[in-house]
Design a protein around this ligand. Structure first.
Ligand SMILES: Cc1cc2nc3c(=O)[nH]c(=O)nc-3n(C[C@H](O)[C@H](O)[C@H](O)COP(=O)(O)O)c2cc1C
Length: 216
């Protein structure tokens, strides 16, 4: 769907998910993530960039597993994560929009749990490439986990935490020759409705990841 159609439907509150493609498994047990490998850090930093042309090819489950661990997985026995958070509130949830459904990443058990049995990709941003790219991540802050943070600071701290996750994804993409772009131009209320978010949860950002496509 093109950007203008999405903007028009969004204004009317009629931007809706598409039917799921394939089976919407209730949970997906991710395979063990890679604990070594990847390109050297300086090479990855030199390659990091935003790309907006994606092939529709699905990422293999093993690559999705590595990606989500790199994004915000558990990297220490005490439950610490690959991305920082103020007072270790761990307030950001990653929602994963796949053709087969929308899932929440449960870092503690490294699994995906089904949230909506529909294809939400086109709802995750106004730009047209988000519809066909194989994977859109949505970063959602849960302010219920931030009771120790002064209310006036919660949104900015959560945005920083989401930004750290996004940079992890950028570096993972550079290391694995994937394309990615972080996006703030999104219809937050359409996404919140589709994910069934409560009043403590706020959609912050979205990020598309996939194999690079051919620019026309
Ligand atoms: C908070 C934030 C929001 C962004 N939102 C969008 C967006 O909605 N759409 C988009 O195509 N790129 C978006 N970007 C990507 C920027 O356009 C991109 O990072 C910038 O042009 C620099 O390019 P580079 O990432 O290749 O260095 C966003 C980046 C950030 C940090």
């Amino acid at each position: 769907m093109n950007t203008l159609s999405k903007l028009a439907l969004g204004i009317m509150g009629r931007l809706r998910p598409s039917p799921a493609k394939g089976e919407s498994a209730v949970s997906i047990v991710l395979p063990p993530f890679a604990k070594e490998g990847g390109k050297p850090l300086y090479e990855v930093l030199a390659k990091r960039c935003s790309s907006r042309v994606f092939a529709p090819t699905a990422l293999p489950l093993s690559l999705l597993s590595d990606l989500l661990w790199a994004a915000d997985g558990v990297n220490r026995p005490d439950g610490g994560r690959t991305a920082p958070s103020a007072i270790n509130a761990q307030e950001i949830d990653i929602f994963v929009a796949l053709p087969s459904g929308a899932y929440r990443y449960i870092a503690a058990i490294h699994e995906l749990h089904l949230i909506a049995a529909s294809d939400l990709r086109k709802l995750t941003g106004y730009q047209d490439f988000v519809d066909e790219a194989p994977l859109d991540l949505v970063y959602v802050a849960d302010y219920a986990r931030m009771s120790m943070v002064p209310a006036a600071m919660r949104e900015s701290y959560a945005s920083v935490a989401a930004g750290a996750i996004a940079q992890n994804v950028y570096l993972f993409a550079a290391s694995n020759d994937l394309a990615t772009v972080l996006r703030a131009w999104i219809d937050r209320s359409a996404i919140a409705d589709a994910l069934g978010l409560n009043h403590d949860q706020q959609v912050l950002l979205s990020q598309t990841i996939g194999y690079p496509g051919n620019a026309r």
